[in-house]
Design a protein around this ligand. Structure first.
Ligand code: C5P
Length: 279
């Protein structure tokens, strides 16, 4: 069985407080995009995990943890081979690892005749990470709580997106810590974005996109700011950091401008790819 594990981007990301469990309370509109990894699952005698990137072929990979959790929860004694082909940059704020894990959960459940209902699958997803439930849903959604409380956003438009990333890498916990130190005022871009989207005004909605981490990552990785500026000066209607970075995205009105911008950034020596929202 072959499955696509889609990357996600955060069109908005507000941090609205700290939860009792120490995680940050978020309000974010996350959207899957067509940039994806591939997961292949096959029943086998022993558990096997392969990845085209040797540094990711380890037992603490989220795919392995997802498979362990599935077999533990179902009591199924059979085993599988999991083959991961990575195309999503990492760590990037694109939910690549989370999406791979969500795909393994979903795929194993299909392969073994759906022993888990939707609620049980989402409970396992939550255990694997804050973004795994959204990746399991695989639809645009408002994500609250630590990211796991999902409200699907219906009627989301298909948008042309360019995803770009430079050489810097950022640690998610560090970005959250630095954010706390800066004591920034709470923004509410998510509510404004959703109400503009609801009234059908895409241009207005795009002007409300944003990410609360940008003042932090502009300092930790000036390259992220440079990439956003490069996307805007090459025709993007909006450009922001995705998740805690360091990937950024640009939103374009058509496929040709998106692929032109991706090519220009490639020529500048960056990873850049054009794709579409999965709606
Ligand atoms: O849940 P996940 O494994 O993706 O979280 C990685 C780290 O990001 C956490 O250990 C925490 O430091 C930070 N985090 C947070 N609040 C969230 C999500 C993540 O503080 N809502």
């Amino acid at each position: 069985m072959k499955l696509k594990a889609f990357a996600k981007i955060n069109l908005t990301l507000d941090i609205i407080g700290i939860l009792e469990n120490g995680f940050h309370a978020l309000r974010s509109v996350m959207v899957p995009v067509s940039l994806c990894d591939e997961i292949e699952l096959e029943i086998s005698e022993n558990f096997e995990f392969y990845c085209n990137l040797p540094e990711l072929a380890t037992n603490d990979n989220l795919c392995v943890r997802a498979a362990n959790l599935f077999f533990e929860a179902t009591g199924i004694k059979e085993s599988v081979s999991v083959r991961l082909t990575k195309s999503i940059p990492f760590p990037a704020g694109l939910g690549g690892g989370s999406s791979d894990a969500a795909c393994v959960l979903k795929g194993l459940n299909m392969l073994f005749g759906e022993p888990l209902d939707e609620k049980a699958l989402f409970t396992l997803a939550e255990k694997l990470g804050s973004d795994v439930p959204l990746c399991l849903l695989s639809k645009p959604a408002l994500c609250e709580g630590r990211g796991e409380v999902l409200t699907p956003v219906d009627g989301f438009p298909e948008l042309d997106i360019v995803i770009a990333i430079g050489k810097d890498r950022l640690s998610t916990p560090k970005v959250f810590r630095e954010y706390d130190k800066m004591g920034l005022p709470i923004e509410n871009s998510t509510k404004a974005f959703l109400s503009a989207l609801k009234s059908g005004n895409i241009r207005d909605a795009l002007s409300k996109t944003g990410n609360a981490f940008e003042p932090v990552t502009d300092i930790l990785s000036p390259e992220t700011k440079l990439l956003r500026e490069a996307l805007l000066s090459n025709g993007a209607n909006a450009s922001h950091l995705s998740g805690s970075g360091p990937s950024v995205y640009g939103i374009f009105t058509d496929e040709i401008s998106a692929s032109n911008a991706a090519r220009i950034l490639n020529d500048m020596g960056y990873f850049a790819v054009s794709c579409k929202t999965v709606v």
